[in-house]
Structure formats: C-alpha cells, structure tokens
Write a protein that binds this ligand. Structure first.
Ligand code: SF4
Length: 174
C-alpha cells in the first residue's frame, strides 16, 4: 500500500524547551488517563526527576515523521501501519544515538519492544539498551511543540474514523 511519509526536523535549546513546554502536571494527568499507564518502564512514574533529565543535555534534535493514512481501510489498519513505522523510527533514533557520543534518543510514544513489559510482573526492564523515554512521558507538551515548530496538529482517532495522518514524535537529546 502506498502512503506518504514526511520528515520534519528542528533543533531547540533544552533551556527553551523547559521554559516553554515543560509541564509535568499536565502530561502526567494525560498519562494517568491512558489505558496503558505505568504498563511499561518508559512510562511515569519514574525514580528520577524528569527536569534533571532534561537539564543533562544542551540541545534537542526534534524529529517528526508524518505518516499519511491514505488507503488505510480501517482504524486497525491505520494503527498497524503506525506501529510498523514506529518500530523503524525507534530503531533509527537508537542508531543516531550510537553515532552521537553522549546523546540520548527519545522514542515515539511508549516502549513496545517486548510483547508484555516486565514492569507488569514487577520486574526490571529486560532490554534497557532498547528502552527510551518519550517527550510526553518526560513532561514535555509535545502537541504544542509540534504545532509551534511545524504548524500542524497531532491527530488521533476517535475509535471509529481514521484521521488524515499520524505522527511519530521523538528525537535526540545532545
Ligand atoms: S524493553 Fe521490554 S521490559 Fe523494557 S520497558 Fe520496553 S517493553 Fe518493558
């Protein structure tokens, strides 16, 4: 099936990110409302302060892939496409992290590496070399960030209709 994949990139000082977009009270409320809350080690709550995490880097290379849903016959088909693209995206972020000493990749949404996260069994992460946090899990208002940087919205399905596109939002902390 042919569909469009477009990439958008920006580089932003973490100081600016923190000032404009860091709002963990808002993101945590959203996370708590999610069905998958705390079901992977990439989700809050964490045993560290996300603000300290951000302050450990000077710049963020924001990388967004916009995946069109053209030709997706159902909500499930669009989700399958997104998950396949997420897998490629997250692998690419990890590869970029390896190329840039001292950097840290941020994944698009929660970790999906294992079929069932070890957190559900109260066990430590099985693949910390694969697991990376996402912008929102670390308290950043990703929707606002994307809109300000690139001028388009994050879209969701209402469970019945397929939006025009989905986004993969992450990048590299440098
Ligand atoms: S790598 Fe596996 S165990 Fe670790 S956070 Fe991801 S799903 Fe959970």
């Amino acid at each position: 099936m042919t569909y469009q994949k477009q990439r958008f990139e920006a580089r932003i000082a973490t100081e600016e990110l923190i000032e404009k977009y860091f709002d963990p009270a808002v993101t945590l409320a959203k996370c708590r409302a999610c069905r998958g809350f705390a079901s992977t080690w990439s989700c809050p709550d964490f045993d560290f302060d996300p603000l300290d995490f951000w302050k450990g880097f000077s710049r963020f290379h924001l990388i967004v892939d916009r995946i069109s849903n053209e030709g997706a016959a159902s909500v499930a088909a669009a989700k399958d496409r997104l998950l396949a693209e997420k897998s490629l995206y997250d692998a690419e972020m990890l590869a970029l992290e390896k190329e840039r000493p001292g950097s840290c990749a941020l994944a698009a949404q929660e970790c999906a590496h294992c079929t069932k996260c070890a957190r559900l069994a109260g066990k430590p992460c099985l693949h910390p070399e694969q697991m990376r946090y996402a912008l929102e899990s670390l308290g950043m208002l990703a929707v606002n960030l994307v809109k300000d940087q690139f001028g388009f919205d994050v879209l969701w399905s209402d469970g019945k209709s397929v939006p025009a596109y989905y986004l993969l939002v992450g990048g590299i902390l440098e």
